[in-house]
Design a protein around this ligand. Structure first.
Ligand SMILES: *Cc1c(COP(=O)(O)O)cnc(C)c1O
Length: 358
């Protein structure tokens, strides 16, 4: 299969390649054995991430999924229960890892259109101390909310959940795969959110463009235990400094430019909204994701749109079930490609004339 260049690829921000500055830094990084704690570049990345996110310590992990799994294993025991949104990434897209590997049961709650569980429902879901019941131990939150248009959840929500969790001795882990997108959209420092939770994971390899890796942040004691769980899961890496060098650039510079991706996403949404038969509300675009639907009576199947974009235009978008499609903006997507995508979709829709949409 031919390589798909990320400048044409709107399927996700996971498709980003490392930037030229990252490639240079990766080639010249100082190395050591990180399982011995001797890779200076990994150590620098862990210290930097902890300080940017207002936590005492950090751990470089292989993926966001691994970071969330390690966090759950570290906070909770077998037979404990985690409260989380029914559309949370950890519930839907992580192969059930916390149950499979941690013996942790899940208590999914409904979420609103921005991915938030109601605080009083979280409170009501906390179990009493009764031998029949699992032990409520953990609340898992997500920001931005990937299953809800990339909504950027405000710090006040985390403060409200934190008050409930603390009152009942529950821990909070934040899946902050795209936390910097959320913070950018809200115009706040991410610590306004991370200080309300016990641990947080962030992805270096999505909009921040590092090739591999996530960070898990928390207290010294939490990270000490997390390091054991990383090893248990086979995530102890050796000369990982080359990857960490890209992560340092991700945190220092790529976090500062995300507004450009959000501007591009909004421009894309506004453009798509002008095409008859395409249904979306540009107002729900808060970060770098645009979800849109093909109207039911539009004479075009989503698979056909995806295929025609690929074959005739060399552009890639993602299918999201039923008649929903997703386009995500990132560092490699230029405004000119956003315009190309809008005009390509307009042209493809016009080739499938539908009564009522002409
Ligand atoms: C991508 C993502 C993850 C998992 O990251 P991987 O590195 O793909 O394992 C976790 N949570 C959210 C919200 C994500 O978007």
């Amino acid at each position: 299969m031919a390589t798909i260049h990320p400048s044409t690829d709107f399927r996700s921000d996971t498709v980003t390649w490392p930037t030229p500055a990252m490639v240079e830094a990766m080639a010249t990084a100082e190395l050591g054995d990180d399982v011995y704690g001797e890779d200076p570049t990994v150590n620098e990345l862990e210290t930097l991430a902890a300080s940017l996110l207002g936590k005492a310590a950090g751990l470089f992990v292989t993926s966001g999924t691994q970071g969330n799994l390690i966090a759950a294993l570290t906070h909770a025991q077998r037979g404990d229960e985690a409260i989380l949104g029914e559309d949370a990434h950890t519930f839907c897209w992580e192969a059930g890892g916390i149950a499979v590997l941690g013996g942790i049961t899940t208590r999914p709650l409904p979420t609103d259109s921005r991915g938030r569980m109601a605080v009083d429902q979280i409170k009501a879901a906390i179990r009493s101390d009764n031998p029949h019941l699992p032990h409520s131990r953990l609340v898992l939150l997500e920001n931005s909310s990937g299953g809800n248009h990339g909504a950027a959840i405000e710090p006040e929500y985390f403060a409200a959940v934190s008050a409930v969790a603390q009152a009942h001795d529950l821990k909070i882990h934040l899946d902050g795969a795209r936390l910097f997108n959320a913070a950018t959209a809200l115009g706040i420092d991410p610590t306004a959110i991370t200080t309300q939770v016990d641990s947080v994971s962030i992805c270096l390899s999505k909009g921040l463009c590092a090739p591999v890796g996530s960070m898990l942040l928390g207290s010294e004691e939490f990270i000490h235990q997390a390091r054991r769980h990383r090893k248990l899961l086979g995530g102890g890496m050796r000369q990982a400094g080359g990857l960490a060098a890209a992560g340092i650039i991700a945190l220092k510079t790529m976090t500062q430019r995300l507004q450009a991706d959000h501007d591009n996403a909004l421009a894309l949404a506004l453009g798509l909204a002008t095409i008859p038969g395409i249904k979306l509300d540009p107002q729900v675009v808060e970060t770098n994701m645009v979800f849109f639907d093909l109207e039911n009576d539009l004479n075009l199947a989503p698979e056909q749109l995806i295929k025609t974009l690929k074959i005739d235009y060399g552009l890639y978008i993602g299918g999201y079930g039923d008649r929903t499609l997703r386009a995500v903006t990132h560092y490699w997507i230029e405004p000119s490609q956003v315009d190309r995508l809008v005009e390509a979709i307009r042209a493809i829709v016009a080739l499938h004339p539908t009564p009522g949409y002409t």
